[in-house]
Design a protein around this ligand. Structure first.
Ligand code: NAD
Length: 269
């Protein structure tokens, strides 16, 4: 297959690119900055400098070679730090929102217009309102979190995560299926998390408002159970029955089983 990938020079993008090439596929790799120096593209693959907020640039790049799929990773990934696209610190919130939402829409919409039916859009678990939400307003209707958990976005990054995940995907699916009598295609959302996020770090993140010292409240992150953490920090939160069973007391706060069902991906520990 020939895959169009944005954010190819970034952390996830460069790993993804190496993986795709290793599988024998070719790519149109794009970013606003060059690829890492050690990443050489084989014949049949190209790099195009594309700012995804420029829809003409996205379209021109996507038309250079017929693409079978699109992976969209080009975004301002850290709304606390921003990027060179933010003119000043004061502009970060608006720039993060405008760049990320516009880029997602441009890429998904162009892919839909090209009839490309395989689209991967990176979002974030923060769509639920985790990191970047105000500590006092962080809440969970039920744990573990699933892709259906209600979102409480209150910052530009989380807002984009929700929009990218759902609204833009729906809009572009409409584009893909406009001439068909019924909706033949759907979109799926699922969590993929690095295993060190499933309990250790995630527990501390959820429980400690992400940044406080885990030991501050006498919590030993190596032995504490998930239920104890919830009782300590988010008392009253509904816990899904059958999730934290005997022998499984330190299971994570994110249900990633959909990724296993769809991709065969699962945490090894
Ligand atoms: N790394 C994580 O833990 C994590 C977690 C959740 C979600 N994500 C999401 O995954 C995606 C990739 O994240 P990452 O960690 O690789 O970030 P990264 O910052 O390493 O990579 C993002 C890339 O996007 C590029 N980019 C920025 N603005 C662009 C624009 N206007 N047009 C085109 N390219 C642009 C950057 O140059 C960069 O190379 C992002 O959407 C991020 O929000 C990452």
């Amino acid at each position: 297959m020939h895959i169009f990938i944005t954010g190819a020079s970034g952390v996830i993008g460069s790993h993804t690119l190496r993986y795709i090439l290793g599988q024998g596929h070719t790519v149109t790799a794009t970013d606003i900055v060059p690829l890492p120096k050690d990443l050489e593209l084989p014949p049949g693959s190209i790099f195009v400098e594309v700012d995804c907020t420029d829809f003409r640039a996205v379209e021109n790049a996507m038309l250079q070679k017929p693409c079978d799929g699109v992976i969209h990773l080009g975004a301002i990934a850290n709304p606390r730090v921003g990027s060179s696209q933010c003119l000043t610190r004061a502009h970060i919130t608006r720039t993060v929102h405008n760049v990320n939402v516009t880029a997602s829409y441009n890429v998904m919409r162009t892919a839909a217009d090209q009839g490309i039916k395989r689209i991967v859009q990176a979002s974030s678990v923060n769509a639920t309102g985790l990191l970047y939400s105000h500590d006092s307003r962080r809440k969970f209707e039920e744990l573990p979190l699933t892709e259906q958990s209600p979102a409480h976005p209150e910052d530009p990054y989380n807002l984009w995560s929700c929009l990218a995940l759902d609204a833009a995907a729906r809009a572009c699916l409409l584009g893909l299926t406009a001439n068909e009598s019924s909706f033949l295609h759907g979109h799926e959302a699922f969590y993929i998390l690095h295993d060190n996020l499933t309990f250790g770090k995630a527990c501390r993140e959820i429980a400690e408002g992400f940044y406080d010292d885990a030991t501050k409240n006498g919590v030993d992150p190596d032995t504490v159970t998930a239920k104890e953490l919830v009782q300590l920090y988010y008392p009253g939160t509904k816990l899904r029955e059958g999730w934290w069973t005997e022998g499984n007391e330190r299971r994570g706060f994110y249900d990633t089983s959909k990724a296993k069902k769809m991709l065969g991906w699962y945490h090894e520990k």
